[in-house]
Design a protein. Structure first.
Lengths: 332, 341
């Protein structure tokens, strides 16, 4: 397949990256990925592009893809003359940002439009997990996009991810835990530590997207929770990271309000149950997840050490504030 | 009390099914719903309850409603599973469900007798409680179980001696005819304006299914033995609920406000198992095998189902029944939480 990654300035790490090369009997498609230039979702476009290209250890360009940069509002100029069968918007969080891309795609005959939304739009519930079809927050920016593309495209699919691990991630995930574990520092976790979250390997998200591109009629008109099919507790993530590192871990729980810190700044995951399941993908696309946190985290830790991040000098100002408030000693 | 059963038009053959049912506890209701569902589908059903018909235990639900099984065309008998051959002398069955034993000593006589008289399909109600606690919920069929759990020995044995076997692992149930309190524990406190003490953070997940979901899963296994055979099925609905969430949903069903109070059982000095009806930990299994292999769909809808349960709770006058809350009082005193008179 031909894939174009279309980024604003992307800083990607130089890393080895394995892609499952699939023998696809499906027709060859031209796919455009409009990718964000930062944040947790940046990695999705990277993995997806490489999966579509079927590249082994090569990066996107050497795998045959094309990378360009520009402003989504000017997409017509940037991609003048190019034609695509499918477009994935992995950038916008609201209609103002996505509309130019969607309108342009529609105007030049793109058949299939895919959108990376967010499982964060589900309304918190007493009855996890979040399942496709559950109520979403009406005022969430992504909701406006989902609605719009469902109105203007015959073939559309929406993907709602949570958190990801994988080489090439733009945003810390497991690293936040490794940073503390390798330095023998306590891991401060807000609340009880029993909150569920979902942490998927990016390859699971890209395989789901690839299935949608290969099976547009099955995928069309559907919302897919773009996640692996297990939850992990916040405490559990700390423990699994420690096991992957082969180092003991000391978990310390705290009440952000009582301590006077903003939990969003102090901790990488939501301080509440936040667990969606990929039921639609399994049922409609025949998708299967491969995320195996115990194994995947070992790989992530190997890379963490290889790039020397375990030796990097770091400050832990928010941690120190929390630990001081709790009077927890930190090994020198 | 009305009991609505979905009558399924099945092209499948009529089967003779035996249910060996426990005489008490949370699982008793399973045999009751299952028997009525099978009868509604035109199968022949015998329910053998452990113990004696005259036992005081038979005055409680679901046993005090076994006339419904009889009027539905079923047969109810009583006896000791160790003597099952005598109790059911001459009877023949296509399928047997053991909804009684928690260990091999108890189930083996039933399994061996069934094998000896040509029963083709053996079903066993095990428990989702045998899963090893995990950092990565939910419990999925195939996950590691506690090797020393009694049910595990049974699961292993029946898999060895029957060509067609299935195992079902349930959690907690609601439904008319329940032998063990579930939602009632919450209603008791909510209608009396008492705080609801919940151990830990209240964020622990559990699963609470309507008994009709369990019986529909079992019925699918009986009508599709080849699909069901050789499989373990988590016998639960497909949503979790937090402990706090259950309290809130019960309060909503009752149309009353609720005051939740969290406590540390150790600090307060109470045994959480006696103080609270559900496990003080994440305890959440999912019915993935049933959906995939049997094409089963759940219908549990806690907000709606709890309204029905509350209506019955009031109808039988339990909201007015004088009650003591000794362990609650101990907890609340330790926390210095006032209780409205």
């Amino acid at each position: 397949m031909n894939a174009i990654i279309y980024d604003d300035i992307v800083s990607q790490r130089n890393t080895i990256f394995k892609v499952k090369v699939r023998a696809i009997a499906a027709e060859k498609r031209k796919v455009l990925i409009v990718n964000t230039n930062s944040g947790g979702h940046a990695i999705i476009g990277f993995y997806f592009a490489k999966e579509l290209l079927g590249c082994g250890h090569e990066e996107i360009v050497s795998g045959g893809g094309r990378t360009v940069w520009g402003d989504p509002a000017e997409i017509g100029k940037v991609l003048e003359g190019a034609q695509f069968d499918a477009v994935l918007d992995n950038n916008g969080k609201d209609l103002d940002t996505v509309r130019p891309v969607a309108d342009w795609a529609k105007s030049c005959g793109v058949k299939q439009f895919l959108f990376i939304s967010s499982a964060g739009i589900y309304k918190p519930a007493d009855e996890p997990p979040h399942v496709e079809g559950d109520v979403v927050k009406a005022d969430a920016g992504h909701v406006g996009v989902e609605k719009y593309i469902s109105e203007i495209f015959g073939s559309w699919s929406v993907f709602r991810p949570q958190y990801m691990i994988g080489s090439g991630n733009n945003k810390d995930c497991e690293e936040w835990f490794f940073d503390r574990i390798v330095r023998g520092r306590p891991v401060p976790i807000p609340g009880s530590g029993m909150q569920l979250t979902n942490i998927s390997h990016a390859r699971d998200l890209s395989s789901m997207l690839a299935l949608a591109v290969e099976n547009p009629s099955a995928a069309s008109g559907n919302i897919f929770n773009c996640v692996s099919d297990r939850a992990v507790t916040l405490d559990g993530m700390a423990k699994l990271c420690a096991q992957a590192a082969g180092i003991p871990v000391e978990i310390v729980h705290y009440d952000p309000k009582a301590v006077g810190v903003d939990a969003k700044k102090a901790f990488p995951f939501r301080n509440m149950h936040f667990y969606a399941e990929p039921r639609a993908a399994k049922e409609i696309l025949g998708w299967q997840g491969t995320t195996n946190l115990p194994e995947d985290l070992k790989e992530r830790f190997d890379e963490y050490v290889k790039i020397g991040r375990d030796k990097k000098p770091m400050k832990f100002e928010l941690d120190d504030k929390i630990l001081a408030a709790l009077k927890v000693p930190v090994a020198a």
